[in-house]
Every structure is written in structure tokens, then in C-alpha cells.
Design a protein around this ligand. Structure first.
Ligand code: SAM
Length: 286
């Protein structure tokens, strides 16, 4: 019998510890251990890695990650009611599960983990995008983590992998795809969760690239993309006017028709425009 089989079923764990789901904490639990094992497998070979899990809840995915052979799992949970259930898992996997009771937004996981690191989580929906943006914009690149395997609402997952020309395409797609290879690896209906959320969910797997896909100053690129998508219905020559006296000229130099709109422009072209704006700024500051 494997270790995972010695632990009680998750429904019993929920009943024993009174883990009625709290909406404010984004609690939609996965109670099917076959499903959590499947998600854990999407995270890749964990045997040589430490894994950061945000929001383990009663520990379904945590069990999957440990059973898949993670060297160590750091599980960060805000809800104190979940801690006894997690302690039970820690006892079944001696020395391999560290539990931190706290807010993932306040934690420095590097104080607890040794690279290589993978991140895997069924994220609380209210802080999911904020955490993703933080992981995608560390002080230095490549980051300490190798991959992210994250459950989001389907609509957010679609925005991460979106291509130009689609409604979902925007800042999140550009940020994610500049530095990662990103794909949706699973989709889940609301009924997969307890309680079921209102919308479908999806697991996105992001692998950190050694280098960003195209060169560009991250701050300038971020400003260009934010400015372009803030007025996504406008032609770029109007939307980007605040960025340069000669925005039409720069757009043409970057190979972009000034009459196009933000959602039609690929990552490579946005990066080319960011480089031209950087050069213009340098020239005007000498
Ligand atoms: N991983 C579990 C599962 O799949 O069944 C639970 C996932 S549930 C969607 C999100 C979890 O994140 C909840 O257990 C919730 O208490 C926890 N959580 C919410 N906000 C948090 C925060 N700021 N820091 C850490 N955990 C948080």
C-alpha cells in the first residue's frame, strides 16, 4: 500500500476538521485524489525539485505532489482550520512537507526552498493573477523557479495563452509568453470542485525560458503594452500618442501599421516598438 492510501479520504478529512468552504478565501476544493494526482503529474518530474504550493486547503493536491515524488513541498495556507489535516499528511511523509500558516502574498518562499523549484497550485481565484504577475516579473531572469502549474478560472487561463486577434489577448498574454512557454494542459468543469464555482477552470503549465523570447526593456515594454491595451479599441497611432511625438514613424519602423489596434499586434512587434522608444529616449537625453 502506498503512503497516500494510508491517509483518510478527503471527504472524511473535511468532515472531521469542519472545513466548510469559505467564499472569502476562494475555497473550492478538489476532493478526487485521481484528479489531484493527474494535476501533480502535469508539473513534470518532481523528484529532484522543491515544490511551492499556495493554498493547499485539505491537501488533495499536496498528497498528489508528494506521491509524485517531490523532494519537498512547501505548503502555504491562510486558513488555520486546514492545518491539522496538513499535519496529518506531513506525518505520513516525514521531512518532506513544510507547512506555513500565513498569507502567500507576504511570504518569501526562497527562505524555505532550495532550487530547482517548481510551483504548483489550485490558486485562490482572488489572488491568482497577482501571484502570477509577481512570478513572471522577478528582479532577475531566469527566475529561481523552473515551471508553474496553476489552476485558474478558464477565462484567466485563456488570457494567459491567448494569441493576437482574439478577445482574450492582452497584457497577461504578453507578459506570460515573453518569458515562458505557456499552454493549457487540463480543463475542469465546475462539478470537479466542492463547492462548484460558477465557471469552468483550467490548469496552465508555464515553463520558464532561459531568455525572454525577444529583447526589450521590461519597464518600457510594460508601459507600451499597458498604454496600447488601455485603449484597445483605438488605432495605435492614437492610443500610443502620449509615448512619442513621432509615434507614427516609430510604428512604421517597427513594422506595425499605425491604423492597427493593440489586439492585432504580436509580441515580436511590441518588443520592436519598445526598443525604438528606448533608443528615442536615449537620443533625446544626450
Ligand atoms: N489546494 C486545495 C484544493 O485543490 O482542494 C484548495 C484550493 S482553494 C481553490 C484555495 C486555497 O487557498 C484555500 O485553501 C484557501 O484557504 C487558500 N488561500 C486563500 N487565500 C490565501 C492566501 N492569501 N495565502 C495562502 N492561502 C490562501
Amino acid at each position: 500500500m502506498s503512503t497516500i492510501d494510508t491517509l483518510p479520504p478527503l471527504r472524511a478529512v473535511i468532515a472531521e476538521h469542519g472545513l466548510s468552504a469559505k467564499k472569502a478565501l476562494g475555497q473550492n476544493f478538489l476532493l478526487d485524489l485521481n484528479l489531484t494526482a493527474k494535476i501533480a503529474r502535469q508539473a513534470g518530474d518532481l523528484s529532484q525539485c522543491d515544490v511551492l504550493e499556495i493554498g493547499p486547503g485539505p491537501g488533495g493536491l499536496t498528497r498528489g505532489l508528494l506521491a509524485e515524488g517531490a523532494r519537498k513541498v512547501l505548503a502555504v495556507e491562510k486558513d488555520a482550520r486546514c492545518l491539522p489535516a496538513l499535519e496529518q499528511i506531513a506525518a505520513a511523509y516525514p521531512g518532506r512537507l513544510e507547512i506555513v500558516h500565513g498569507d502567500a502574498l507576504q511570504l518569501d518562499p526562497l527562505a524555505h526552498l532550495t532550487p530547482p523549484i517548481r510551483i504548483a497550485a489550485n490558486l485562490p481565484y482572488n489572488i491568482g493573477t497577482e501571484l502570477l504577475v509577481r512570478w513572471l516579473t522577478p528582479a532577475a531572469w531566469p527566475p529561481v523557479w523552473e515551471s508553474l502549474t496553476l489552476m485558474f478560472q478558464r477565462e484567466v487561463a485563456d488570457r494567459i495563452v491567448a494569441q493576437p486577434g482574439s478577445k482574450a489577448y492582452g497584457r497577461l498574454a504578453i507578459l506570460a509568453q515573453l518569458r515562458c512557454d505557456a499552454r493549457i494542459v487540463m480543463t475542469l468543469p465546475p462539478e470537479a470542485f466542492t463547492p462548484p464555482p460558477k465557471v469552468a477552470s483550467a490548469v496552465v503549465h508555464l515553463t520558464a525560458r532561459a531568455q525572454p523570447r525577444f529583447p526589450a526593456d521590461p519597464a518600457i515594454l510594460s508601459h507600451v503594452v499597458a498604454t496600447a491595451f488601455n485603449q484597445r479599441r483605438k488605432m495605435l497611432r492614437a492610443a500610443l500618442k502620449p509615448l512619442s511625438m513621432d509615434i507614427e514613424g516609430l510604428l512604421v519602423q517597427a513594422g506595425i501599421a499605425p491604423t492597427e489596434r493593440a489586439e492585432q499586434i504580436g509580441l515580436e512587434d511590441f518588443c520592436a516598438l519598445a526598443r525604438l522608444l528606448e533608443a528615442e529616449r536615449r537620443a533625446s537625453s544626450v
